[in-house]
Design a binder for this molecule. Structure first.
Ligand code: B12
Length: 441
């Protein structure tokens, strides 16, 4: 049997893709690791190469996110023309299976681990079912070492992606992870994580967990086990890490050099509305940032604009805050109602969705606002997000923020990394803006 796995792009401009997005796709390597050894696997990364629809195959597996769903359906249609069955899985397949089912012979809802072997076996025997639902979350013991040999002929950014756990215990209204895992959080076994890092041989790791300290005790165990590996790592982490001195010290000792923190807003009212009341707003952030800076940890601060209090003034104050705090890099994301999230349900019930299925809309471009915000018009919000990004990544701001000698430019190497990251993201702002979803035609 021969299976072809495909990772669709959000949309490509000719042969070009957003450079900062071209990282190793873990889901594909996980699927490869779960596939029986006698099955041949081919992998096409639509972000980097053309999909060869005519290459012989018995089954196609496509990983679908909301932004890539339109392109995924185009790819599936090409395979259907050639009589090849398609199975889809991933975030979008899990959160809107009723839509995805219209484009695939089989749809996997939830994690692949509990069901993938069955899918492969059923496909082999010509009895694919319309839906495979992982009835439970993946057990820690079922998590595998992803088969990274699948990336062999691809050119990705030089950082190894690795998960130490899955899910998140918080309940942020806009988040697809919460909707997917329903507040559950599972950690892989620490021995397996160490074995995996050793097997990759990599010294630069991105732990893709949504919150690496989702379980504090196992996080401490993990960080302790990482110390002898002598790696440098970055991750996503909630701000309460700074409240536990032992945890924070272990993090840094084990090689943590940067964290992405979802600050989301500097305004408490917004934080309460998005169910992220665990963050307290600007004053609290400054103290936490000082602790991280003292330890040399650089910050990727992410904010979301579109909640009720977000007007021109608050957005400008957020940018000012990031400049004053000399944030390493920041994302000023427009609020996106991802289907299947509580946010999507709320905006729909309040009749505030402007484009109900924005992910399929032929005119939708990355950055467009698909709902009616309370304080500004949709177009104004798009503009304000762009203004914020352009100011933060303006040359003057970059120079000012580089003058943080504890973290951003603690050494010439770090100054170089700071400038590289900032100029790459400066370029990305415009590249993303005019990006249409799906193929160009
Ligand atoms: C790492 C990461 C990135 C990285 C790298 C992504 C890459 N592969 O190249 C970067 C930083 C570049 C990135 C960018 C973006 N990301 Co991102 N990213 C993640 C993150 C944190 C981890 C992904 C991961 O590796 N998970 C581990 C793997 C093993 O899990 P998995 O993908 O869910 O796969 C499992 C199941 O879903 C299922 N499955 C998945 N595919 C398939 C396919 C088949 C056939 C089957 C059977 C099963 C199956 O089985 C797998 C194993 O159980 C997730 C959040 C998360 N925790 O998952 C967000 C996430 C996927 N990203 C998201 C978004 C929105 C984006 C951006 C649009 C952000 C932006 N505004 O710029 C871009 C889009 C980039 C693109 N698609 O080209 C959203 C997607 C939401 C949605 N509803 O679709 C997520 C869920 C974050 C969130 N909280 O909302 N991202």
């Amino acid at each position: 049997m021969h299976i072809t796995l495909v990772l669709p792009s959000v949309g490509r401009k000719g042969k070009k893709y957003i450079k900062t997005w071209t990282m190793e796709p873990l889901a594909i390597a996980v699927l490869a690791s779960l596939t029986p050894a006698d099955v041949k696997i081919t992998f096409f990364d639509d972000r980097l190469e053309d999909v060869d629809y005519d290459a012989p195959t018995d089954l196609v597996g496509i990983s679908v996110e909301s932004y890539t769903s339109k392109r995924a359906y185009e790819i599936a249609a090409e395979y259907h023309k050639r009589g090849v069955p398609v199975v889809m899985g991933g975030y979008h397949a899990t959160l809107v299976p009723e839509e995805v089912q219209n484009h695939a012979e089989a749809t996997v809802i939830g994690d692949a681990e509990p069901v993938w072997a069955q899918v492969v076996d059923d496909a082999k025997n010509g009895r694919l079912k319309k839906v495979y639902r992982a009835e439970r979350q993946t057990l820690s013991s079922e998590m595998t070492i992803p088969d990274r040999s699948i990336y062999a002929d691809k050119k990705y950014l030089g950082i190894t992606l690795l998960e130490t756990g899955r899910g998140c215990k918080f309940h942020c209204e806009f988040c697809s992870v919460t909707a997917f895992y329903e507040g559950d959080y599972r950690r892989k076994s620490v021995d397996l994580i160490v074995e995996e890092i050793r097997a990759t041989g990599s010294k630069q790791v991105f732990f893709v967990d949504d919150n690496i300290i989702g379980d504090v005790e196992s996080a401490k165990e993990l960080f302790t086990a990482l110390i002898p590996l002598n790696i440098k790592w970055v991750t996503q982490c909630s701000l309460n890490a700074v409240k536990d001195r032992e945890l924070l010290d272990l993090m840094v000792k084990s090689g943590c050099v940067g964290i992405l923190v979802g600050f989301e807003s500097i305004a408490k009212d917004n934080l309460v509305q998005m169910h992220k009341g665990q963050n307290n707003g600007a004053k609290d952030y400054s103290g936490a940032l000082a602790q991280l800076r003292q330890r040399g940890v650089v910050i990727y601060a992410t904010f979301v604009f579109g909640y009720d209090n977000d007007d021109a003034g608050l957005i400008q104050r957020t940018v000012d805050f990031c400049r004053e705090e000399k944030i390493f890099i920041a994302a000023f994301n427009h609020l996106v109602p991802f289907p299947g999230t509580p946010l999507y349900g709320r905006l729909k019930s309040e009749d505030k969705l402007l484009i109900e299925k924005w992910w399929l809309d032929p005119d939708y471009q990355y950055g467009d606002i698909s709902f009616y915000p309370k304080s500004v018009s949709p177009d104004e919000l798009t503009r304000l997000c762009l203004v914020a990004r352009n100011e933060f990544y303006g040359v003057r701001s970059i120079i000012e923020r580089s003058l943080d000698f504890h973290a951003n430019s603690k050494s010439p190497k770090w100054l170089f990394l700071f400038l590289l990251a900032n100029f790459m993201l400066r370029k990305e702002v415009m590249e993303k803006r005019s990006l249409m979803l799906g193929s160009e035609s």
